[in-house]
Structures are given as structure tokens and as C-alpha cells.
Write a protein that binds this ligand. Structure first.
Ligand SMILES: C[S@@+](CC[C@H](N)C(=O)[O-])C[C@H]1O[C@@H](n2cnc3c(N)ncnc32)[C@H](O)[C@@H]1O
Length: 467
């Protein structure tokens, strides 16, 4: 095991955080875990509704609701609630659907942006609201209950916002040129969306530094989990009005592969062009109702043969329905590194490699990839047989291969920043493919990280307590 020992133990005592010399932080079992056992159960830091399903997804809890049963926000008409309780919660929570966010949503809708940009802007707005909640006074973006300016934000929400923003800041991810470009384009729109609020409270923290926006976008890309839509959400979507730009369903990507695997969000953002490789529904439409960010779950690294699976339960009536849980797929001895797959399990080697590199910024060197890359070598020797590495693109350029398949492009530059893996065949492919793609990095799904840039202590967060 090439990890330092003696890490920070997570609540529950089953897992600890340690630093892996190549992958960054990682979660390890502290004791024997039996197959099927829950190893992680955690509330989200932030839930975001996909603009395409905004009429049928509760903005407070991400529950899917048939449009006719939703309570639409009568002010912005861009958000809905599954119940009066969620409506109250959302309107009274600075980072959910407080008055300032509601008004920003209304403005955003007038821009007629494609869904990807709308999602990115919404994410930034929510992150901004979280950040500001910690210091907000009545009437400011972070402020809570309506009417605007009348009710000071509760101390409870202030502290909660502060903790959550701190946890968000601790997620892995540093801006690449791709995110900087996106952030530079989005920043003026963000200012415009918040225009009505300028002067309210007098201290709106905008415009944000483009670098900070870019970093947040990258963190979101590397760490967010896609939440699949209920099937009827997209049927209805076709028959309902679209807000600017959403009429053309983006070539999309997909959720987590048809296998319900535990991959981080694999939907596509602006960068996803071309028909999606996995996860896409075949009609090219995104099948996600939204996405979620978690402090602890975002510490699970990728392997192409996972040992844990993710479960969510957003549509239940349980009080904990927004929690994510991970369960062991088989017995895990003490000291086992948790591994989830960020990509659909049925993808072939080249597809998996491309996704890991282009979306998450690392070259996967897991045992499955090593084994399969040896198969490919064997194939090379077989006359007339197409090798795995050479599929479609001739010459084994995996990145080109990935683009052909419409794999999302993002932050390709980061791969180069990952330390060498030493001695794995895959590296040769890496060397050929080291350019960032020309596609803009949109918000893609996903989890991933670069190293140790975070400011707050060895594992970022001081404590993984209640957020
Ligand atoms: C969701 S984060 C996982 C936790 C991360 N290691 C951290 O320190 O926060 C995803 C990032 O972890 C790293 N990572 C995950 N799986 C990896 C792997 N198999 N090999 C190398 N790096 C990996 C990559 O930097 C990736 O962008």
C-alpha cells in the first residue's frame, strides 16, 4: 500500500483519509467491512437542479415531481418545490431559493443561454450565496427569509453556510485555462444576473475574481455526482416550454452509465460535443435531474473495478432522502482503499482512459487497465486484428479516439500535471495525447483532482462533522 498511514478518521469510524502519493487524498477502511455494509452516509453540501428539469425537480431536495404536482416559484418561475415544507425551507435558506437567488434566476432565464451555461451560472450563484451566507446581513445575497431586508439571516444558517463553503473550497481542483476561459465569459453574466441586487445591503461580493470562479467551476467538475432523472421528467420535458436555449437538447452525456454505477456525474457540460459515449440515452438528451456535491464522498478515487457502489434515494419520503450512501461490493479488509468507477463499467479501455484523462485529469493505471492494456499488446501481434489502442483513430491516439466518441473535453491540460505513473503502458498513449482539446471545458461531471493545493490543513476540512 503506497499510502502514508495514520490518517484522519471520518465520523462513523469506518473510514480514514490518507494521502496517496499519486492520487492525492483517498479513503481507506479502518477495519474489516463486510460486503453490502454501508461505509459512508452523508448529507450533500449543495444540490443543483438541471435547467432542463427545473419544472419537475424540487430545488430544495432534488425530488422528482410531476410538473402538475409541483409548486412553481411564482416569482421567478424558474424553480419548483415538491411541498410547502420544501418551499419554506428553500425560500428561507440563503443558498437554496432565497429572494436574491430567485431574482438572479429570473434574470438568468432572460439571457436565453444554453443549459450548460445556465447550470454553470447557477452553480456559481449558489456557491456565492454559500460563501456570503457566512457574513451576510439582511438584504444581501446570502440573506435568508423574505421579505428582503426584513429578516436577518439566522445565525444557524450563517454558520452552516460558512462550513459548507469551507468544505466546498477544500474539494480538489485548480483552474485550468479551459475553466478560466469559461469563467471569463460567465463573469459579466453573473454580474448582470445580480444587477438588481447591487446596492442592496451594499456589499455584494461581485464581480468575483475570474480565477476564483474558474477554480470553483473546476471543483464542481471534478467532484460533483450526477443524479439521474426520473424517466417521466424527460418525457414531459419534450412537451413543455423551454427556456431560452434549452430547446436544443445538448448532445449530451449521460448520467452514470446504464448500470447505475457509482460514477461521479458524467453528464456533459459545454465541452461535451458529439454524441455521448456512455450514459447518453440514445436520443442525445441529458438524463440528469441535477447534481450533488459531497465533502467526504468526493474523496473516493477511481478504479475501473470498483469496490463500493453509490446509492441515492431522492424520491423517497425519508427525512434523509438527500443523503448519499456507499456500500461495499464485497468484503474489504482493513486498510483497503475505497474505489468507485467514474465511468460506466462496460466502457472499453480507450474510452475509460479518455474519460479519466479529459474530464478528471489523470491517467488511470488501475489493475484492470493494466491487464487490458496487455491484451491490447497481444492483439497488436495478431495479424489483421484491430488493437484496442488503435480503434477508429489509427495510431492509437486515445484522445482523438475519445473525441470521436464525443467524450467530454475538459481541462485536458491537467493530465500533464499529474505526476508520472511510472512504468505503465498507458503512459505512451499519454505522451501522444497531451494537448488540451479545443472544446471548452464545460461543467462536466465529475470527480477528480489535482494535488495538494488546498489551504486548510492536511485534508482540507478541519472536521467532517455536520455540514
Ligand atoms: C473526486 S476527487 C477524489 C479525491 C482526490 N484524490 C482528493 O484528493 O480530493 C478526483 C480526483 O482524484 C484524483 N484521482 C482519482 N482517482 C485517481 C486515480 N485512479 N489515479 C490518479 N488520480 C486519481 C484525480 O486527481 C481526480 O481528479
Amino acid at each position: 500500500m503506497d499510502a502514508l498511514s495514520g490518517g484522519q478518521v471520518l465520523p462513523g469510524g469506518v473510514l480514514e483519509v490518507r494521502t496517496h502519493n499519486r492520487k492525492g487524498r483517498s479513503l481507506y477502511t479502518t477495519r474489516l467491512v463486510k460486503g453490502g455494509e454501508t461505509v459512508l452516509d452523508e448529507a450533500p453540501l449543495l444540490l443543483l437542479v438541471a435547467p432542463e428539469t427545473a419544472q419537475s425537480t424540487c430545488i430544495a431536495c432534488l425530488r422528482a415531481v410531476r410538473p402538475q404536482e409541483c409548486i412553481e416559484c411564482s416569482v421567478c418561475r424558474q424553480a419548483c418545490f415538491c411541498s410547502a415544507t420544501c418551499q419554506q425551507t428553500a425560500q428561507g435558506t440563503p443558498w437554496l431559493h432565497s429572494q436574491p437567488l430567485c431574482s438572479a434566476y429570473a434574470r438568468l432565464a432572460m439571457f436565453g443561454l444554453p443549459p450548460e451555461q445556465q447550470s454553470q451560472l447557477r452553480f456559481l450563484l449558489h456557491a456565492l450565496a454559500l460563501r456570503h451566507a457566512g457574513t451576510a446581513e439582511a438584504g444581501e445575497l446570502g440573506a435568508g427569509p423574505q421579505p428582503l431586508g426584513k429578516t436577518p439571516i439566522g445565525r444557524h444558517n450563517q454558520e452552516k453556510g460558512q462550513r459548507r463553503f469551507a468544505a466546498l473550497s477544500c474539494l480538489v481542483g485548480e483552474a485550468t485555462e479551459a475553466e478560466r476561459a469559461v469563467a471569463a465569459r460567465l463573469a459579466p453574466l453573473l454580474v448582470e444576473a445580480l444587477r438588481d441586487l447591487q446596492g442592496v445591503g451594499g456589499s455584494l461580493p461581485i464581480p468575483w475574481d475570474v480565477e476564483e470562479l474558474a477554480r470553483l467551476l473546476r471543483k464542481e467538475q471534478l467532484n460533483s455526482y450526477g443524479v439521474l432523472a426520473a424517466p417521466y421528467q424527460y418525457q414531459h420535458h419534450h412537451h413543455h416550454h423551454h427556456h431560452g436555449g434549452t430547446a436544443a437538447p445538448g448532445p449530451g452525456c449521460s448520467g452514470e452509465g446504464g448500470n447505475g454505477q457509482t460514477a461521479p456525474k458524467s453528464s456533459c457540460g459545454a465541452g461535451c460535443s458529439g454524441g455521448g459515449s456512455g450514459g447518453e440515452a440514445g436520443d442525445g438528451e441529458r438524463r440528469l435531474r441535477g447534481s450533488a456535491l459531497y465533502a467526504q464522498a468526493s474523496l473516493i478515487n477511481h478504479e475501473c473495478l470498483p469496490n463500493v457502489a453509490r446509492f441515492d434515494d431522492f424520491d423517497s419520503d425519508l427525512p434523509d432522502r438527500t443523503h448519499v450512501t456507499f456500500r461495499a461490493l464485497h468484503d474489504l479488509p482493513p486498510g483497503t482503499e475505497l474505489a468507485q468507477s467514474y465511468v460506466p463499467l462496460h466502457w472499453d479501455l480507450a474510452e475509460r482512459q479518455a474519460q479519466c484523462r479529459e474530464v478528471y485529469g489523470f491517467a488511470c493505471t488501475c489493475p484492470r487497465c493494466q491487464t487490458e492494456s496487455r491484451w491490447s499488446d497481444d492483439d497488436d501481434d495478431d495479424e489483421g486484428e484491430e488493437s484496442e489502442w488503435e480503434t477508429d483513430s489509427g495510431g492509437g491516439n486515445m484522445e482523438a479516439d475519445g473525441e470521436d466518441r464525443g467524450a467530454p473535453a475538459a481541462g485536458g491540460g491537467e493530465a500533464a500535471a499529474m505526476p508520472g505513473d511510472g512504468g505503465v503502458e498507458i503512459e505512451m498513449q499519454e505522451a501522444q495525447a497531451g494537448r488540451p482539446t479545443s472544446q471548452q471545458a464545460g461543467k462536466q461531471p465529475a470527480l477528480q483532482r489535482t494535488k495538494g493545493e488546498e489551504a486548510r490543513g492536511p485534508f482540507g476540512v478541519e472536521a467532517f462533522g455536520e455540514l
